[in-house]
Design a protein. Structure first.
Length: 265
């Protein structure tokens, strides 16, 4: 079996302190070369097989149907990182492939994930943002505001654009006045990754480049929080997929009967 994670990936005391202070951290090494190749093979197939009503940037809950996504999200080194952040009891609840084809893809307005989610709240681990292509500002990569997570929930205004996901924007007046100077873009090579706090303000633009911009986000939460339901859709058939919380490390502290695996063993 190949090793999906690069041997040089590390999340120790220094990396954790920077994440807590800045609200994000970028890893120079995350996927191994073989891991990146395997993930790209899976993504190529997924994009080709997706239902026409599922947008490439809205392929959600793939870990429920794709074993390779589940295997990547539950790698021991990733769970070790999340454990350092939230403790020994961990559930994995969300995967999101955000693929922007060349010269297309929707801009995503400034927002905070932890504010947008419904029925999920508690002790969140970092969101893990994995690049499967080289990404930069031209290709619509993500931008964050260092330290912005520490300001808590920021005021929002009604979104005037026709966006099917984000109905509210963060009030530009509440952002830093020198926003263009302080924001940081995820300029990553394929196989690199970054993490960000769920309260980190962030945005991304459309893909103006000649290449795909494919990234995947994993999300984790401790099992003693609010673990509410929602409905996603199978990227292949557009059929409903109920949200599920899988206990991937530690104990089911509230006795919810949390499953440990989405597949039959």
């Amino acid at each position: 079996m190949i090793s999906l994670i690069d041997d040089r990936f590390a999340y120790g005391k220094a990396e954790h302190e920077r994440y807590v202070r800045d609200g994000f951290h970028v890893f120079d090494h995350f996927l191994s070369d073989d891991g990146l190749a395997e993930c790209r093979t899976g993504i190529d197939r997924m994009v080709e097989q997706r239902h026409p009503e599922i947008a490439p940037d809205a392929i959600i809950a793939t870990h429920l149907v794709e074993r390779w996504v589940w295997q990547l999200a539950t790698q021991p080194k990733i769970l070790d990182m999340i454990e350092r952040q939230i403790g020994p009891n961990i559930t994995f609840w969300s995967s999101h492939l955000i693929a922007k084809p060349p010269h297309t893809g929707r801009p995503v307005p400034w927002h905070q994930d932890g504010v947008e989610w419904t029925n999920v709240n508690g002790n969140f681990g970092a969101s893990v943002w994995i690049a499967f292509d080289d990404v930069d500002e031209a290709s619509g990569t993500m931008a964050v505001i260092p330290g912005g997570h520490a300001r808590g929930e920021l005021p929002r205004i009604r979104n005037q654009e026709d966006h099917d996901v984000f109905k509210w924007d963060m009030d530009p007046g509440e952002l830093f006045p020198n926003l263009d100077e302080v924001k940081v873009y995820y300029n990553l090579k394929a196989g690199q990754a970054a993490i960000h706090d769920v309260m980190m303000p962030h945005e991304s633009g459309p893909n103006a480049s000649d290449q795909w911009r494919r990234a995947m986000v994993f999300r984790y939460i401790a099992p003693d929080g609010e673990l509410g339901g929602s409905t996603y859709y199978d990227y292949r058939t557009n059929e409903p997929l109920p949200r599920a919380f899988f206990l991937v490390r530690g104990g089911d502290v509230n006795g919810l009967g949390l499953p440990r695996h989405p597949f039959d063993e």
